[in-house]
Design a protein around this ligand. Structure first.
Ligand code: SF4
Length: 69
């Protein structure tokens, strides 16, 4: 089952770290805020790294409702 990815758009500071680590999963929208473009766009370890690397901890990753990052 695919990961569930949540981005707190109020907390995101638009650093772009997530789209660097997992470029097929995250992107920045026209407001410079991160969005999920495909929750299965990159390997899970890359998505988790991206979430852990967010400087404002704006990304939550869940599997079966349980947080994994
Ligand atoms: S790494 Fe975090 S702060 Fe940076 S763009 Fe992604 S969600 Fe926003």
């Amino acid at each position: 089952m695919a990961l569930e990815i949540r981005i707190d758009r109020d907390t995101c500071m638009g650093s772009g770290n997530c789209s660097f680590w997992a470029p097929h999963t995250f992107d920045l929208d026209e407001d410079g805020v991160a969005v999920v473009i495909d929750p299965a766009g990159d390997p899970e370890d890359k998505i988790i790294l991206a979430a852990q690397g967010c400087p404002t901890q704006a990304i939550r990753v869940l599997r079966d409702g349980e947080p994994v990052a």
